[in-house]
Design a protein around this ligand. Structure first.
Ligand SMILES: Nc1nc2c(ncn2[C@@H]2O[C@H](COP(=O)(O)OP(=O)(O)OP(=O)(O)O)[C@@H](O)[C@H]2O)c(=O)[nH]1
Ligand SMILES: [Mg+2]
Length: 358
């Protein structure tokens, strides 16, 4: 019911002339074809813990409706104009991709993105998991292509969380500080190994007074990004607490964790290397992957989010395969056909791959 109301209001909003921002009660949506931005203001959060997932779902539905009717934009890859890792032509692509326009070229991931430093990385490998590659080549990824993976970005105020997300999602940088109030999110579409995949990137407020609102949206994260300012060592020290708070709302071992040093452009090469020593040490303690980035210059921003998307995608495919294999029919010794299926809650909470740091 609530979702239906939200979808209706969002559809009404999208029928209006495009606007870069605006409020439709507690939800504002930009009717763009390839990415969506919603802003959730602090006041109307009746039961925020339950509404975040529902809201995410309603946005996906709207995304599909708009995407299905929207024209392809110039500068976007035309359907079938690119090769998939298996060398298939566009005609071989999943039927799921035909629901929306193609993603932009720089959101197409065909080989496994590399880590920033081998000293603090989640997986030291250069290719997709064999099973994942085969599944993608056969276009047998189940509902993975329709799902959103939730990414939550946390960290002190002023460290550059919003700037990092805006650089990636909109390719802009604003030198003026505008504190995030409550939470925002962006949805970013990818095509990974030929399969459509989306990240829902949640930008949370670092200011103490908004922490209780923001923390209500930590639940259900597949990826937690803890950000700190490379020029302010105190913000690095605080990342431990931010991570603890975010992990508390999630199943143990169910999240990929990243530690990201921001504002790399403000340091010389030598000073950056020095700051990274302590950050890498902490990342290993947190079982996190470490990255240094700059939202101002854009350095490492795309590479970082590609890595996030690829790791989350691979895990989703593996989990989907495991779910399906646990539900398959088994022919017993006699004439009996036994269905083995674990209860839904068990399925959801069982990650198939270890998320431990290398
Ligand atoms: N030089 C430089 N400045 C940056 C960079 N990233 C962010 N900033 C600046 O740092 C300030 C804070 O950035 P925000 O992205 O608003 O910080 P935030 O972490 O979202 O802050 P809250 O929303 O209050 O939690 C802004 O003035 C940005 O312009 C960067 O990579 N380089
Ligand atoms: Mg912000």
């Amino acid at each position: 019911m609530v979702i239906a109301q939200r979808v209706r209001s969002v559809l009404e909003a999208s029928a209006a002339p495009p606007r870069r921002s605006g409020c439709y009660s507690d939800l504002s949506v930009e009717p763009r074809v390839d990415s969506f931005r919603c802003e959730l203001r602090p006041e109307p959060v009746p039961d925020a813990r339950d509404s975040s997932d529902a809201l995410g779902s309603s946005v996906v539905l709207v995304a599909m409706v708009i995407a299905a009717t929207g024209p392809a934009r110039p500068g976007r890859a035309a359907p079938g104009a690119f090769a998939t890792p298996a060398g298939h032509s566009g005609r071989m692509r999943s039927s799921l991709t035909s629901l929306g326009p193609p993603v932009s070229r720089d959101r197409i991931i065909t080989s496994f993105p590399k880590w920033y430093t081998p000293d603090a990385c989640l997986q030291l490998k250069e290719h997709f998991h064999g099973q994942v590659s085969t599944t993608c080549q056969r276009r047998n990824t189940g509902t993975v292509g329709l799902r959103l993976s939730k990414v939550v970005v946390v960290g002190d105020l002023y460290v550059g969380k919003t700037s990092l997300i805006h650089r990636f999602c909109k390719n802009v940088f604003d030198r003026d500080y505008k504190a995030t109030i409550g939470v925002d999110f962006e949805i970013e579409r990818f095509e990974i190994a030929g399969i459509p995949y989306s990240l829902q990137i949640w930008d949370t407020a670092g200011q103490e007074k908004f922490k209780c609102i923001a923390s209500a949206y930590y639940r259900g994260a597949q990826v937690i990004i803890t950000a700190f300012d490379l020029t302010d060592v105190q913000t690095l020290e605080h990342t431990r607490q931010w991570l603890e708070d975010a992990l508390r709302e999630n199943e143990p071992g169910s999240c990929f964790v990243f530690l990201v040093g921001t504002k790399k452009d403000l340091l010389s090469g030598a000073a950056c290397k020095q700051a990274e020593v302590e950050a890498v040490r902490l990342a290993n303690e947190m079982q996190a992957e470490y990255w240094s980035v700059s939202a101002k210059t854009g350095e490492n921003v795309k590479a970082f989010f590609s890595r996030v998307a690829a790791l989350a995608f691979e895990q989703s495919v593996l989990q989907d395969l495991e779910r399906r294999s646990s539900a398959r029919a088994q022919v017993g010794d006699g004439d009996l056909i036994r269905m083995e299926e674990s209860p839904p809650e068990t399925q959801e909470s069982t990650p198939s791959s270890s998320l431990g740091c290398c």
